[in-house]
Design a protein around this ligand. Structure first.
Ligand SMILES: Cc1cc2nc3c(=O)[nH]c(=O)nc-3n(C[C@H](O)[C@H](O)[C@H](O)COP(=O)(O)OP(=O)(O)OC[C@H]3O[C@@H](n4cnc5c(N)ncnc54)[C@H](O)[C@@H]3O)c2cc1C
Ligand code: SF4
Length: 437
């Protein structure tokens, strides 16, 4: 009798716990499958850079990797399916690598690229120099993503450059830094701190990829040291706060960065490099490429494109409230930008594309545009090209006719020139990784 009583005292709560555990695991499984299927249906299956692959034979389903991922719970990157960890939203993975560090079963490997899509990684020595002596690479371009890594690498690369370049004479700089994302910004501060003669050219604005995060994005990072300024201790902040902080450091330190200036070519000339930008040219003993992996947006090459109302990415649709906006392009970014702006009250949106159909875009985006067009929220001009951009209007060729449209802003989403071609053009060796470390 007493045995039965003891059994029921322990068995009942055990059965309760087991039921709750099983219910939660099933709910987790269902949710993970839904996230994975949604990502697959939307074609979002290829991670941008470094990401985990999980060996199901080793995974014990403890979910430590899921809890460790800094992007959770805002973004569901990893999930459990049939009791095993899976990368359920591959494009949300930004390569923190915390999953690897927390896995007790050694089931995770971090790799670049997948079987279907290779990722080009330049060959870089431990001192950040490429196979082209005098050209260095730091930050995400070299394969190592994340803000803190980019900052660290920018500083370390300058230390290597210092040994090699200091003491240049005449008009020759010690180092020309390309890009002012976290790597290029930190490198510029380090160059100033070290007394190097430097110039930093940035085709857009301070912050690089960070400046293009969605509004209010929570940024996870780790404390790091910025030269001249000292330590900063953020772990979690917003995109806006981080950019404000960097702008403050820029102002306080007096570090100089030339914004809106794009490097177009780099050639060797004797014992230094000749760097041509879209404004002028420079000579430098060494070059540090901190250009990230997003590439350079393709330009339209039409008169008026230099006006400040022309942008190459949509950051915040709200800024176009009550404006006449022209979006140029036929890929997903163009269609998504046009639809997002058209949802803002008071906007008048025209979408111009040179081909006769949006065949490159996902069906979901094509349907969105068709619906917005039917409701009169977007005017679509297929087989059209932009001829001229002026302060208050644009002119386009459409069906052999020149048309003029009132305009306050232009967003060009005409694709980009990826860094690989640029690197190969400089003679830098690039290795394509298909799911290897
Ligand atoms: C959506 C998203 C969310 C992320 N969230 C986080 C996060 O929470 N925490 C984290 O640590 N990391 C995060 N990352 C990753 C992080 O943003 C990048 O790893 C980091 O910005 C890389 O820094 P970088 O300086 O190497 O390159 P980038 O930040 O890409 O900067 C490169 C700069 O070079 C400029 N450039 C390129 N070509 C030229 C040229 N020819 N001439 C002049 N300038 C040029 C570009 O305009 C750009 O400003 C995220 C990334 C994405 C996409
Ligand atoms: S931490 Fe390792 S063992 Fe645990 S679920 Fe993730 S991959 Fe599997």
């Amino acid at each position: 009798m007493s045995d039965i009583l003891a059994l029921s005292i322990y068995a009942t709560p055990m059965a309760g716990f087991l039921a709750i555990y099983t219910w939660r695991r099933r709910a987790h499984h269902r949710n993970s499958v839904a996230v994975r299927d949604e990502a697959t249906e939307a074609g979002l299956t290829e991670p941008a850079s470094l990401h985990p692959i999980i060996d199901p034979n080793k995974c014990v389903g403890c979910a430590a990797c899921i809890s460790a991922c800094p992007e959770m719970p805002g973004h569901q990157v990893l999930g459990l399916i049939h009791g095993k960890a899976n990368l359920i939203a591959p494009t949300e993975c930004i390569g923190h690598g915390a999953c690897l560090a927390h896995c007790p079963a050694d089931a995770i490997k971090l790799v670049f690229g997948t079987e279907r899509r290779g990722i080009d990684i330049p060959t870089v020595a431990p001192n950040f120099e490429t196979n082209v002596p005098g050209i260095f690479i730091a930050g995400e371009l070299g394969g190592m993503g994340l803000i803190r890594n980019a900052i660290e690498q920018g500083c370390q690369a300058i230390r290597s450059i210092q040994h090699k370049a200091a003491g240049s004479r005449g008009n020759v700089l010690d180092v020309l830094i390309v890009g002012a994302g976290p790597a290029g910004f930190a490198a510029s501060l380090a160059a100033k701190e070290s007394g190097l003669r430097y110039a930093t050219l940035e085709q857009e604005s301070l912050g690089g990829t960070v400046a293009h995060y969605p509004r209010g994005k929570l940024v996870m990072t780790a404390p790091a040291r910025l030269p001249i300024y000292g330590k900063f201790r953020f772990r979690e902040t917003t995109k806006e706060q981080l950019l404000d902080f960097w702008r403050g450091v820029e102002k306080d330190t007096g570090v100089e960065i030339n914004y809106g200036e794009r490097v177009e070519s780099i050639t060797r000339s004797g014992n230094h490099f000749l760097i041509s930008s879209d404004r002028t040219s420079y000579q430098a003993r060494t070059v540090l490429l901190a250009i990230g992996r997003r590439g350079t947006p393709r330009k339209l090459e039409v008169p008026g494109e230099e006006l400040p109302k022309v942008a190459y990415r949509l950051v915040d649709p709200e800024q176009y409230r009550d404006r006449h906006v022209l979006v140029v392009g036929g890929g997903d970014s163009a269609l998504e930008a046009a639809c997002a702006i058209a949802e803002v009250p008071g906007t008048v949106v025209t979408l111009s594309y040179r081909s006769e159909a949006f065949s490159r875009a996902k069906p979901k985006n094509r349907e969105r545009v068709e619906a917005a067009q039917a409701d009169g929220h977007i005017k679509v001009l297929l087989k059209s090209t932009v001829d001229l951009i002026d302060s208050d209007h644009v002119e386009l060729s459409h069906n052999d006719t020149r048309i003029r449209i009132d305009n306050d802003a232009v967003i060009v989403n005409a694709g980009g020139i990826l860094p690989t071609a640029f690197l190969r053009g400089l003679g830098i060796e690039v290795d394509t990784k298909f799911g290897s470390a």
